[in-house]
Ligand binder design. Sequence first.
Ligand SMILES: Cc1cc2nc3c(=O)[nH]c(=O)nc-3n(C[C@H](O)[C@H](O)[C@H](O)COP(=O)(O)OP(=O)(O)OC[C@H]3O[C@@H](n4cnc5c(N)ncnc54)[C@H](O)[C@@H]3O)c2cc1C
Ligand code: SF4
Length: 335
Amino acid sequence: MLRLPKFKYLAPKTLSQALKLLADHGPGAMLIAGGTDVLPKMKRRQFHPQVLIGLNGIKRLRGIRGSRNKGFLIKAGTSLSEIASHSVIGKAYPGLTQAAEVISTPILRNMGTIGGNLCLDTRCNYYDQSHEWRQAIHWCKKAPGAGLSSEEVPCRVAPGSPRCWAVSSCDTAPMLIALGAQVTLAGPQGERTIPTSALYHDDGQRYLTKGPDEILTEVHLPPADGIRSAYLKLRRRGAFDFPVLGAAVALKLGTDNLIESARIVIGGIASHPVEMEAAEKLLLGRPYSPELGRQAAQAAFALARPMDNTDFTLFYRKKMVPVYIERALRRALAS
Ligand SMILES: Cc1cc2nc3c(=O)[nH]c(=O)nc-3n(C[C@H](O)[C@H](O)[C@H](O)COP(=O)(O)OP(=O)(O)OC[C@H]3O[C@@H](n4cnc5c(N)ncnc54)[C@H](O)[C@@H]3O)c2cc1C
Ligand code: SF4
């Protein structure tokens, strides 16, 4: 049985207390919300914080408010279950409901939060293993052994590469990017609001642009404004696996059913969610037809370059990118 190492748990009641604790404890501290990723990773010794700063007691970080016309504010500590079961969100942004309701299991969705999901660690077959397993292969860049720096150990997937290629595996990020959502980060210097896409670096190790002293506080969904959306996920076991491919689509039809706006964002194929701009451009200003959907989906094939570090072969995952985009386009238009 894997056991948790010793740690100190601090439970601030306000955001400013949490920010102060984070600043006071520095790199030895880590935020925890639902803990559904932090705690398993501490057991596998992928994370070793001496101090955990719990966010669940901060009332300001919970709740959903808004409307289809004004858009929604979703606080970072809101559970995935609350989002998945929100009736107005389900009607106005069906893609977000579809993304939230396929994350892990019902119990984990009750604990797991949207903030934790957006800040979820990247994943890799060589990293998401026990301490002993990783020690046996002499570690890798993302989690070098004690006393080693990441420069001293290779990437096991791409041994000549100077970077880590671990995969962005959160289901809500591609959908929120496609919907044009923004996120607010609070830090010692105040608050800043950025597009969700700007939260991510294309780097499996330093995958977030968020500073270590910042807390994600809110997600802002723009007005639904006729946007049709859908999310589809590829994984081996429908019951609870992480995505090895997630296709998020948000479309708006204008007069004469011409496509007025189109955003297609793919998760699970790179260290950050990837926007398929070439596919989007093909759709714009044209009426949707099955043939156009196929062409747009095919345009994404060349842009998808998954690495061999998750479930299924990379060739299969690459082949599935256009298939899932085409299906997601049809699902969005049917919504
Ligand atoms: C068996 C299993 C299956 C899973 N399947 C999926 C899946 O299919 N899809 C998926 O997307 N996820 C999956 N997960 C991961 C996880 O359950 C979800 O991503 C969940 O939303 C994480 O939220 P949390 O609140 O539990 O995060 P935590 O574990 O508490 O935190 C995760 C990370 O976010 C940081 N963090 C949390 N809140 C904030 C904040 N407000 N500001 C800044 N940083 C913050 C933490 O420091 C940590 O780095 C799975 C987990 C398990 C154990
Ligand atoms: S991509 Fe390479 S460095 Fe990153 S976790 Fe996997 S093996 Fe390690």
